[in-house]
Design a protein. Structure first.
Length: 103
């Protein structure tokens, strides 16, 4: 598969990665540059249809304290080559134990 076929992240994801994403501990697996960032989006009731991009651990903790069942998606995104990958999916809200932010 060609690089332009896998490096097609949406411009909004790259903007979020550049501005509020947390640096990943590894280099991009496609371009090998240290431009890989982690971005967390939360989806669920009473949130925007496009989800909410979480920028701090405090913000995620507030969402986790909500009675609603929410879902957090942690995405790796390279601001250099625009590669992206869904890293993990986490339950948020309606929980007894706090969740830790990854971005």
């Amino acid at each position: 598969m060609r690089q332009d076929q896998v490096c097609d992240a949406h411009p909004e994801l790259i903007r979020a990665a550049r501005n509020i994403g947390s640096p990943a501990t590894i280099a991009c697996p496609i371009c090998a540059e240290p431009e890989l960032r982690l971005v967390t989006y939360v989806f669920g009731p009473r949130l925007p249809a496009h989800g909410r991009c979480v920028s701090t651990a405090d913000e995620l903790a507030k969402l986790d304290a909500r009675p609603d069942e929410l879902t957090a998606y942690v995405v790796e995104a390279c601001v250099g080559c625009r590669w992206h990958h869904l890293l993990r999916v986490l339950p948020v809200g309606r929980r007894t134990a706090p969740v830790r932010a990854t971005s």
